[in-house]
Design a protein around this ligand. Sequence first.
Ligand SMILES: Cc1cc2nc3c(=O)[nH]c(=O)nc-3n(C[C@H](O)[C@H](O)[C@H](O)COP(=O)(O)OP(=O)(O)OC[C@H]3O[C@@H](n4cnc5c(N)ncnc54)[C@H](O)[C@@H]3O)c2cc1C
Length: 251
Amino acid sequence: MSSLVENIQVEPRKGPKYSFFEVEVVRVIDATPTVKLFDLRVPGRDVYHFKAGQFIQIDFPIPSKITRRSYSIASAPEGTNEFQLCVGRVPDGLATRYLFEEVKPGSLLKGADAIGHFVLPPVVDKELCFISTGVGIAPFRSMLLDGYQRGIIKAPVSLFFGNRHESDILYRDDFEKMRHEYGLHFYPVLSRQQDWHGPQGHVHVHYTKHYADKRPATFYLCGWRAMLDDARAHLTEMGYDRKDVKIELYD
Ligand SMILES: Cc1cc2nc3c(=O)[nH]c(=O)nc-3n(C[C@H](O)[C@H](O)[C@H](O)COP(=O)(O)OP(=O)(O)OC[C@H]3O[C@@H](n4cnc5c(N)ncnc54)[C@H](O)[C@@H]3O)c2cc1C
C-alpha cells in the first residue's frame, strides 16, 4: 500500500540550493589592519546583477561542516561584472583566515547570485537612519552610492557609524563627499579616541538623541548581534514600531 510518507523526499537540511560559479579576485586592498576590501569579478558574464544592499554567498575550501559564508556587497550596481566586498578579520575565523592569508589577485572563489531583502524602497520618501559599526557599513555604502546616483532619495538620510579610532572609519571619503554633494547627515562616532572633535562614545547615545522627538523614520541596522540587539531595544523603548526597523544580522 502506498503511503503519503513514501512520496516525501527526505533530505538532510543543507539550506537553499544555489549554483556556484567562479568569481575572480581582481584586487585586494588593506583598508585597516583588520579589514580588507576585495574587488571581485565574474568572468564570462557581462553583468553581475544585484540590488544595492544584497549579499553574496561564497563557498570556501575550509574544514567546516558549513563552508558557505555571506558577504554584503559594498559597491553600487554599475552594470558591470565587478563588485566589492569589505571583510573584517574574525579571530580564529575559518573563512576570514582563508580570505586574509590565501587569497590574492587572480585567486578564484566560488560565489553565487546575490540575494537578500535588505534594500531600499523604490523611492525613499520617508526619513532614513542607517546605524552600523565596523564592516556593517558595507550595504549602506552600496545603498547610498546607488540611491544618490539614481536620484531616488527624496528624504533626509542620517548615517551613524561607530568605530574605535579615526583610522577605522571605512569609506570615510565617500561619505564626506555625499555629505557635501547630497546633504548626507554623516555621524562618525568614535569610542576610543580622546582627541576626536566629532561624536564620542557609543553609537547608541547619538541616534537616540537625534531622534529624541520620535519623528517618523525608518531605521536600517547592520552588523553583529550585540550591537543590533542594543539598537533594537533602544528604538523599541523610544516607541518606534518593529516595521520601522530593518535588520541585517551578520552572526
Ligand atoms: C547576510 C550577511 C552578510 C554579511 N556580510 C559581511 C560583510 O560584509 N563583511 C564581513 O566581514 N562579514 C560579513 N558577514 C559575516 C560573514 O558571513 C562571516 O560570518 C564572517 O566573515 C566570519 O566567518 P569565519 O568563517 O571567518 O568565522 P567562523 O569560523 O564562522 O566563526 C568563528 C566564530 O566567531 C564568531 N564570530 C563571527 N564573527 C564575529 C565577530 N565579529 N566578533 C566575535 N565573534 C564572531 C562566530 O559566531 C563563530 O563562533 C555577513 C553575514 C551575513 C549573514
